[in-house]
Design a binder for this molecule. Structure first.
Ligand SMILES: Cc1ncc(C[n+]2csc(CCOP(=O)(O)OP(=O)(O)O)c2C)c(N)n1
Ligand SMILES: [Mg+2]
Length: 497
């Protein structure tokens, strides 16, 4: 379900009981449930194979669907008698070009010209990038167009890190007020691979300008104009679109009023830097247990700047987002759409397998780590260089925060946190994640001050095994994660059109 929601292209193959006793259940079939009916509720395609000879045809059907529009999940269920059977009949396999489109849609000349006109006429055009840019791997093309046109880039949550954040034009989503200012001032928005969903406030005022002109480019036509009205809708591969757009714009370079654009951008960059300084004041807090801001900030500083970051947990994910900067495009991983606790450990395994011999950092909550801790052993067995940092506040921090606020709002504001007896089962006991790690053959370290933590990170970087750092953080400071007010507001419908 998570993969479908995140728009990841996945082929799932399952097995089931033998043909004839399920689909439908004979009423009492052991280990039987209606897998395809269940999965088809959230996947793009789900089918049970009725006989061996239909596997190639149904596989083609699944893959055709998988590559149609937004990437997602397709599922084939192969009953036990077929998956374990032996069959002599020859199987006729087709090449991909024989059964499905194998090139992505491209923009038409007329669409491109219209986009160029709109962007050249605009006073303050911006780009809003979603995870579609990551799926299209259009990082270089995005940065080239943004640089050429001096367009600021805002992103959806899942689109964070589509462009290196040391480029002034990139406005990380953690600078929420500045993002809102940019989105309300822009007269033209080029939306790339984003649904402009709830975490983007549906594209509505007062978070966006309802009268701005929108050019929306997406591989999936059902996304075009779905949430924000568009001036120009283009079904295209983002990379191809940006490539040709760049070549068209370069030819018109003399029409660009770049100085004017730069002047327009300057205050937003200053805003961003001011906000960063304000956020970074927390990094001067060297008390023990640690201020949670230091966890991601020091990891970001000590580890190589292209280290992939996986964020999991409640408030832990927020702190990780606010205190890391993404230099290598596409190197931030999380479950942006579902916030599904526990996914991070497996995501880190996947990222490490995809980029062997390079460190991966997984910053996770102590609650979230409890979902799949045995996967540390998988990392050990497969020699994956993962540094798991478990942020230990001994509580389901985010849940405790919302409980405290709903139960006793005034006391929560005054006292900053309620006692264990004043909320409902949101505290955790002592769990020694360093010892748990050692029991599986990983290196374990336990730290509660920034200096020790830095040393543990440096040691983890040199180590041949995976490391688990149990980082004790101040539970009250941890509850007051930045930006929570906006996160809460986001759940309500914006007032404007
Ligand atoms: C699988 C799953 N179950 C429950 C939730 C609801 N939930 C959101 S945040 C949170 C608390 C997370 O605690 P922890 O991992 O320790 O992170 P912290 O908030 O303390 O940083 C819970 C239970 C969820 N997002 N995913
Ligand atoms: Mg916690």
């Amino acid at each position: 379900m998570v993969e479908q929601a995140e728009g990841n292209r996945v082929l799932v193959i399952t097995s089931s009981r033998r043909t004839g006793i399920m689909y439908p259940d004979r009423n009492g079939t052991y280990q039987c449930f209606d897998q395809t009916n269940t999965i088809s509720q959230f996947a793009k395609f789900s089918v049970a194979v009725p006989s061996f000879d239909r596997i190639p045809e149904l596989m083609r059907m699944a893959l055709r669907e998988c590559y149609n529009g937004r990437p997602g999940v397709v599922h084939i269920d192969i009953p036990e008698n077929i998956i374990n059977g032996s069959f002599k009949d020859p199987v006729n396999l087709w090449d991909r070009h024989q059964y499905r489109l194998h090139t992505n849609p491209e923009p038409s000349e007329a669409q491109l010209n219209e986009a160029v006109d709109l962007l050249l006429q605009a006073k303050f055009p911006i780009i809003h990038a979603g995870s579609g840019v990551i799926h299209a791997q259009a990082y270089d093309q995005l940065e080239k167009v943004a640089d050429l046109m001096q367009m600021m880039v805002t992103t959806s949550w899942a689109g964070r890190g589509v462009m290196r954040e040391s480029n002034d034009l990139n406005m990380p989503m953690v600078h929420i007020e500045t993002n809102i200012k940019i989105r309300t001032e822009a007269d033209v928005v080029l939306i790339l691979g984003s649904r402009v969903g709830e975490t983007d406030w549906w594209g509505k005022a007062p978070y966006w300008n309802a009268d701005q002109k929108v050019i929306q480019v997406d591989i999936d036509p059902s996304t075009l104009g779905a949430n924000k009205p568009v001036e120009l809708a283009i079904q295209a591969d983002i990379q191809k679109f940006l490539l040709v757009l760049f070549h068209k714009l370069v030819k018109q370079k003399d029409q660009l009023h770049l100085n004017q654009r730069k002047q327009k951008i300057e205050p937003f960059v200053q805003d961003k830097n001011r906000n960063r300084k304000k956020l970074d004041q927390k990094l001067e807090d060297l008390e023990t247990p640690m201020n949670p801001a230091l966890v991601a900030a020091l990891a970001n500083k000590v580890l190589p700047s292209d280290t992939p970051i996986v964020a999991d947990g409640g408030n832990t994910t927020i702190w990780a987002n606010f205190y890391s900067s993404i230099e290598k495009p596409g190197s931030l991983f999380s479950t942006f759409k579902f916030g599904m606790l526990g996914a991070g450990v497996a995501q880190a395994l996947g990222v490490a397998v995809a980029g062997p011999n390079k460190p991966v950092v997984c910053i996770t909550g102590d609650g979230a780590m409890g979902f799949h801790p045995q996967e540390v052993e998988t990392a050990v067995r497969n020699k994956l260089k993962i540094i798991f940092i478990v942020v230990c506040d001994k509580q389901w921090g985010m849940v405790k925060m919302s409980q405290d606020f709903s139960l006793r709002p005034v006391k929560t504001i005054v006292k900053k946190s309620l006692d264990e007896s004043e909320n409902i089962n949101s505290d955790l006991g002592e769990i020694q994640f360093d010892k748990l790690a050692e029991s599986m053959g990983a290196i374990g370290a336990r730290v509660n001050d920034p200096h020790e933590y830095k040393l543990a990170l440096q040691a983890a970087l040199q180590a041949d095994q995976p490391t688990v750092i149990h980082a004790d953080v101040d539970p009250v400071k941890h509850m007051w994660a930045p930006g929570l007010r906006y996160f809460k507001n986001m759940h309500a419908e914006p007032k404007g059109k």
